[in-house]
Write a protein that binds this ligand. Sequence first.
Ligand SMILES: NC(=O)c1ccc[n+]([C@@H]2O[C@H](COP(=O)([O-])OP(=O)(O)OC[C@H]3O[C@@H](n4cnc5c(N)ncnc54)[C@H](OP(=O)(O)O)[C@@H]3O)[C@@H](O)[C@H]2O)c1
Length: 300
Amino acid sequence: MARIAIVGPGAIGGIMAAWLGRSGEHEVFVCSRRPLGEFKVETPDEVIVARPKILTSPDEAPAVDWVLVATKAYNAEATALWLRPLTAKGAPIAVLQNGVEHRERFAPYLPLERIAPVLVYCPAERPEPTRMLQRRAARLVFPDNPIGRGFGGLFSGTRVKIDYAADITTALWEKLVLNSGGALTAVLLQPNGIFWDERLCEVARDIMRECIAVGRAEGAVLDDAMTERCIEIYRKEPRDGLNSLHADRLAGRPMEVDARNGAIVRLGRKHGIPTPANRMAVMILDILSEKGSEATQPAK
Ligand SMILES: NC(=O)c1ccc[n+]([C@@H]2O[C@H](COP(=O)([O-])OP(=O)(O)OC[C@H]3O[C@@H](n4cnc5c(N)ncnc54)[C@H](OP(=O)(O)O)[C@@H]3O)[C@@H](O)[C@H]2O)c1
């Protein structure tokens, strides 16, 4: 039996806690900022009622074997308070977040070789604090190394599909290229349908081309045709679909802009690559989130 802690009882954390606890093979702890009861997780296949052990203070956290971090990227500093006790006996952490800086985010707290970046493909929401909706089949991509394989093995027997990437850097940047273009929907407060407007696709292509250039400088293998593949992916989604930046902006929640388009700007600067389209998107979203709810009405 493995002892597993999940930091962050949100949509992704709750779903992973439910799948990992379902067989009863593992002891699952969920680290939360507040007390919570049992989770009701609605997956495409079944409803799982999960009863993980809820911890509400790092002071009560035991040393465990594996830690999954499922907070938002901007919560890294507060998340790290949990890591010292949880990893006291050398446990590795898997960072289930968007962006490309998973290791850098937690490098101040843990040796790099114990941090596994994870790609999360699992459209999910949390309409209530203990009710999670998993919209489609879940897939996690771990680095193809002993730690990644160890984490992946915890999910055996569940319906979470596990893949291993020999080149996790490229895999992370591929997802960021796709996500980078999605910032446009949050700027415009218009759903996915904008990707049928050729003029807006041109703007999205500019954003994605900058991401490709910076990703290549960071060592990712990305081809130019990615921009068209991403537009195709967006066009396969429902026209009224919202990505997480857009949904967060609408709900007045903080957005993970810095971990996404902000990372492109930051790393572009490091490599001397201009990123004006991403910079504009970041600045607009930053200004709008400072303005708060008054800015969540579409421009007339
Ligand atoms: N949801 C998706 O469809 C999806 C898909 C792919 C990737 N992702 C990525 O997965 C990551 C997690 O996303 P999510 O949708 O699960 O976010 P979420 O629903 O907002 O969950 C984040 C959770 O972190 C908790 N948290 C924040 N600071 C904490 C702390 N110091 N200690 C303990 N818990 C803390 C929050 O607590 P409270 O409950 O107190 O607010 C919340 O429960 C993000 O990087 C996201 O981009 C999400």
